[in-house]
Design a protein around this ligand. Sequence first.
Ligand SMILES: NC(=O)c1ccc[n+]([C@@H]2O[C@H](COP(=O)([O-])OP(=O)(O)OC[C@H]3O[C@@H](n4cnc5c(N)ncnc54)[C@H](OP(=O)(O)O)[C@@H]3O)[C@@H](O)[C@H]2O)c1
Length: 309
Amino acid sequence: MAVQELTDVTLPSSKPIVLAGGTGDLGGRIATALGRRRVAFRALVRPGTSAALRAGLEAAGATLVEVDYDDGAALRDACGGAACVVSALNGLEPVMIGMQGKLLDAAVAAGVPRFIPSDFSLDFTKTRPGDNRNMDVRRAFMARIDHAPIKATSVLNGAFADLLTGQAPIVLQKQHRILYWGSADQPLDFTAKDDVADYVADVALDAASPRFLRIAGATVSPRQLADIMTDLTKQTFRLFRPGGIGLLGVLIGVARTLTPRSDEVFPAWQGMQYLRDMASGRGKLAPLDNDRYGKKKWTSARDVLASAA
Ligand SMILES: NC(=O)c1ccc[n+]([C@@H]2O[C@H](COP(=O)([O-])OP(=O)(O)OC[C@H]3O[C@@H](n4cnc5c(N)ncnc54)[C@H](OP(=O)(O)O)[C@@H]3O)[C@@H](O)[C@H]2O)c1
């Protein structure tokens, strides 16, 4: 969407946006979306970032700022004069609380008015503490940012729809099954990464954005996924229910016990915790803010699955 098309929201200032995590998957897409809007933005890159990643960000329109996150003064200077800091960092506590916390401190010290934390998830404001390790980390950062003198906006988008074609154990292509827990009619929220990035670029420019914005490019139940796959492949996809949410909880416990401690951000049991929050409906996004910036085209579950069918 062109900047001129913004209607309901405050028009963007000429101050630049600062993007952290632009070398990552979602961050790179946010850079592209900001570049499409011809917005001035700085991408923070760590020393040692490859020439290819730097070139990609520059091609998107970013001004690169190389910065060591442990150098508070340099990080503050990198944020200086910005309208908003967007974080697309990814990791466990050391990154999401530690490094993102340093970024927050720097933004506050530089007098930046707004911060978008790297949340991009299901609705962790409604799920149960202790049920989902990565949501607990977000909740901890929320407690921190909500006490900081800066305006925060979290974008909650459900699961990345792109995961439906493989990584998420839901559509079992070879077995022609849709794996689900609990109810086959539970609506599940998904948003394609590019749609999330596109929306985040609008949020970064919106000085009036609220504390939370909830989006879902596609909301589909397991039963609807089975219908979509049957239609796309002309082969019958059946529903496969190993059990209810309670059994899934038991299996998560077993998987955690059997998995040696590691630094993995998304081990299998974490994915299972994510599925539990979706299948139970606790992480469901409502009401949705899809229309806030007038974005018309959202990638559907069918679009995503058609690309892999
Ligand atoms: N809802 C979903 O289904 C879903 C799925 C996947 C991800 N996500 C979320 O989307 C967000 C971005 O994830 P992603 O997959 O795009 O991540 P990614 O590709 O792994 O990129 C991570 C970014 O974080 C930076 N980073 C990591 N450790 C750092 C550190 N110690 N100091 C400074 N920067 C550091 C990386 O910089 P370097 O290049 O310098 O290492 C990179 O730019 C995260 O909040 C993630 O949880 C959501």
